[in-house]
Write a protein that binds this ligand. Structure first.
Ligand SMILES: *[C@@H]1O[C@H](CO)[C@@H](O)[C@H](O)[C@H]1NC(C)=O
Ligand SMILES: *[C@@H]1O[C@H](CO)[C@@H](O)[C@H](O)[C@H]1NC(C)=O
Ligand SMILES: *[C@@H]1O[C@H](CO)[C@@H](O)[C@H](O)[C@H]1NC(C)=O
Ligand SMILES: *[C@@H]1O[C@H](CO)[C@@H](O)[C@H](O)[C@H]1NC(C)=O
Ligand SMILES: *[C@@H]1O[C@H](CO)[C@@H](O)[C@H](O)[C@H]1NC(C)=O
Ligand SMILES: *[C@@H]1O[C@H](CO)[C@@H](O)[C@H](O)[C@H]1NC(C)=O
Ligand SMILES: *[C@@H]1O[C@H](CO)[C@@H](O)[C@H](O)[C@H]1NC(C)=O
Ligand SMILES: *[C@@H]1O[C@H](CO)[C@@H](O)[C@H](O)[C@H]1NC(C)=O
Ligand SMILES: *[C@@H]1O[C@H](CO)[C@@H](O)[C@H](O)[C@H]1NC(C)=O
Length: 659
């Protein structure tokens, strides 16, 4: 009966609107028999669902002061960064997993991915996503694949057993990206394969610009060329000048009209800081030589690696518990950024923007208990603000698939996609905070304030617009359940300089990024909302948003902000500083794309989910277990909750029905 109703509805709407997509969303709990036996998937053994929790590091001795003043000035502050865009914090998706993350094809998009991007878009205006990585270097665009798939690994192309198989992909991948951008404002970066610079495979540049148009904003010329020699991708000798010559060959190869746009979208030199310094490239005259071709300059950097443990390289094993403290300090981000300070100044002299094109906690997949714990959210927040302060213009955090610990977001294993949702990692929360901290004005300038005597466990940043402070980010890396390591920062604006009357506001608004410990995996909250724990999320925040209002002391002109241990606070110094980052219309997509059904013999899978979505008037906010958040087939008795999304001429409607 319910099924008939579903069919009926689909038909009616189909007639009315022409193009109909019917969704069905699984519930939060396993369906059918899976719930009566032990859940077989609690522990998949895959890195992305690691459950190993570390101990939080011991408290520092001596402990930092827990009460101090932050004096801010209106009318310009020396040392603030170049203006930053709200899309500063973006994502880098390894090309080989793009079909797990974005969708199967242009008409089967991953709804959680759309939601995750929509969350950022709402706060920042747009989202930057790179599709690439090591696997871009040997990838080949083909017209079609025999089995109708959009992407596959060319197993015949593997020349030795440990090598990653080359990828074959069809224009469908590019159409899929374009379709995503027609729903949420995602701007894409791609990479031109550089494994053979005598026979460039330029399909991705030609077809990519043709299909994606303005949604494509950059094309990498080579990925980590300073590691080519070490990885035996080039013959010795191969130095900075050789790479620069290869970029010259690329530009020559892209001479035709069909490359007129692609030719001006290049990104280089994309060094890993392996065997060359950036200056070795700058000193060849690279930027002047390719001034018309270079859209961005870029670097890629992971502060450390976990290769010995992940790939049995024979190298020294790093013990996560011992490495953990090195991420939980302000010096972590500062040390990554330091070698680039000369280069970001150099980039400014050349009128180029510098990106951190691929980064995360540690290469070779990150560390269990570090990369997936709350501490990584604080680390990525501090590190990103440090990059913004140091005049990078964006940073893309890498997504590597099921076998890594550091993913900002992970789709469930394909064999579990019918009863599990996505897993949102700590790094994604940092992305949300950065989007709100920088906002959508494109005018935000970031300054590392060196607060609390520059104490490494309690860093803070101010964000300025038009020279005036608008938001402040305060972090506390310590974990102390007693409450004794929470600190109070007393913020004052103006009042101390010549012609600086007191300008402290009457009250400020505060949002907190929270968890009980830096080691906590899952259930992080941002302003009291969460994406839950493993397999819990459809990409929308759950729970009620809580924004604190703090009244400032009118006698002392101080606004006292308490920052728990651990935690971070985003302080909005005015109501407009808050609405700028929260007021944009939001689009969320209230369903999950389904590839298969479990225990759903009575439902024809072809009826079920594909793409498109559901527009809500405000920020998508659902409560776990509530009728509107997720539905299992079991829940269809007695009340079927069904979402029907209709896409008609750009209008996207959505309704939840309970017949
Ligand atoms: C799904 O595949 C993963 C990885 O191969 C495996 O660990 C897991 O047990 C599988 N889940 C089910 C329900 O079969
Ligand atoms: C897209 O992928 C879905 C799910 O794998 C499949 O059912 C559908 O046939 C595909 N569509 C096209 C046009 O390939
Ligand atoms: C580059 O990669 C392509 C696709 O995998 C392969 O066919 C070709 O042989 C490679 N060329 C070199 C020089 O490695
Ligand atoms: C999605 O991509 C397909 C090509 O595969 C195209 O025909 C269709 O128009 C696209 N839809 C949107 C909304 O862009
Ligand atoms: C900074 O970079 C420029 C350009 O490569 C170089 O000439 C200069 O020596 C560098 N300065 C330092 C201190 O490394
Ligand atoms: C960032 O650029 C601004 C503007 O050029 C400059 O004043 C500031 O010192 C730079 N910051 C760093 C850390 O280099
Ligand atoms: C910010 O910059 C982006 C990219 O350059 C642009 O698309 C957007 O319109 C700008 N927003 C504002 C408010 O200027
Ligand atoms: C996350 O929170 C939910 C709801 O409070 C709880 O049921 C679950 O056990 C928590 N998970 C973890 C891993 O802490
Ligand atoms: C935080 O969210 C939870 C879950 O939605 C809710 O029960 C709780 O009331 C919220 N906290 C506040 C202070 O509103």
């Amino acid at each position: 009966m319910h099924l008939n109703f579903l069919l009926f509805l689909a038909n009616v709407l189909g007639i009315v609107h022409g193009k109909v997509t019917v969704y069905y969303q699984q519930g939060q709990t396993p369906l059918g028999t899976a719930s009566s036996t032990a859940n077989p998937t609690e522990n998949t053994g895959l890195a992305a669902y690691n459950q190993v929790t570390l101990s939080p590091p011991a408290l520092p001795d001596p402990k930092p002061p827990t009460d101090f003043v932050i004096q801010l000035q209106n009318g310009g502050t020396p040392g603030a960064s170049i203006p930053q865009e709200g899309s500063f914090f973006g994502f880098s998706i390894e090309m080989s997993v793009v079909n797990q993350v974005l969708g199967k094809n242009a008409s089967h998009l991953q709804i959680p991915f759309l939601n995750l991007m929509a969350n950022i878009q709402q706060r920042a205006g747009r989202v930057l996503v790179r599709v690439g990585g090591n696997t871009q270097e040997t990838a080949t665009l083909v017209d079609s694949l025999p089995d109708g798939r959009a992407l596959e690994k060319d197993l015949l192309g593997v020349s030795n057993p440990t090598q990653t198989p080359p990828l074959l992909f069809t224009p469908e991948i590019l159409y899929m990206m374009n379709n995503i951008s027609s729903l949420v404002n995602v701007r894409w970066f791609l990479g031109i394969p550089f494994n053979d610079t005598n026979n460039f495979r330029l399909g991705i540049a030609e077809t990519g610009t043709a299909i994606l148009g303005d949604y494509l904003i950059g094309l990498q010329a080579g990925n980590e060329p300073d590691l080519y020699l070490r990885h035996q991708h080039r013959q010795d000798p191969y130095g900075p000048g050789d790479y620069v010559n290869e970029v010259g060959k690329l530009v020559t190869a892209m001479a035709g009209d069909s490359f007129s746009r692609a030719r001006s979208l290049l990104i280089g030199p994309n060094l890993a800081m392996g065997d060359w310094t950036p200056e070795q490239i700058w000193d060849t005259g690279f930027v002047d030589q390719f001034n018309d071709n270079l859209q961005y300059l870029a670097m890629e950097k992971y502060p450390t690696d976990n290769c010995a443990a992940q790939f049995n390289t024979g190298g020294t094993l790093q013990v996560p518990q011992e490495v953990f403290p090195s991420f939980l300090t302000h010096t972590a981000g500062q040390n990554i950024v330091k070698p680039y300070l000369n280069s970001t100044l150099f980039a400014q002299t050349k009128n180029k923007k510098m990106l951190m094109f691929e980064t995360n906690t540690a290469s070779c997949g990150g560390f269990p208990g570090i990369s997936d714990a709350f501490g990584a959210a604080l680390w990525a927040l501090d590190y990103s603000l440090q990059m913004a302060h140091a005049n990078f213009s964006g940073a893309l955090f890498h997504v590597g698939g099921q076998n890594v610990f550091y993913n900002p977001f992970t789709s469930p294993p394909t064999n579990e996609s019918t009863f599990h949702q996505w897993t949102i990692g700590p790094i994604y929360y940092s992305a949300l905070v950065i989007a709100e901290a920088l906002g959508s004005s494109n005018k935000s300038q970031v300054l590392d304030l060196g607060i609390n005597g520059g104490n490494e466990f309690t860093p803070g940043y101010a964000i300025y617009e038009d020279g005036n402070p608008v938001r402040v980010v305060l972090l506390n890396y310590m974990t102390d359940a007693s409450g004794a390591s929470a600190y109070t920062a007393r913020i004052a604006i103006g009042g101390s300089g010549i012609n600086q009357p007191n300008a402290s506001p009457a009250q400020v608004k505060v949002k907190y990024l929270s968890a009980a410990s830096v080691s906590q995996i899952g259930n992080i909250t941002w302003a009291n909302q969460t994406f839950g724990s493993h397999f819990d999320s459809d990409g929308r925040l759950m729970g009620e948003e809580v924004i604190q209002t703090v009244d400032c002391d009118q006698g002392t002109n101080l606004c006292s902000i308490t920052v728990p241990a651990p935690g971070a606070a985003l302080v909005f110094l005015s109501d407009s500083a808050l609405t700028e980052t929260g007021g944009a219309p939001s689009t969320t997509f209230a369903t999950t794309a389904l590839t298969k059904t479990l225990n759903t013999a009575s439902i024809d899978p072809t009826l079920l989910a594909t793409s498109n979505g559901h527009r809500t008037g405000k920020v998508g906010s659902t409560s776990p277990g509530s009728a509107s958040s997720g539905w299992g087939l079991k829940d269809t008795l007695p009340g079927l909750s069904l979402l029907v999304a209709v896409a008609a001429g750009g209008m996207v409607l959505g309704r939840a029905l309970t017949p």
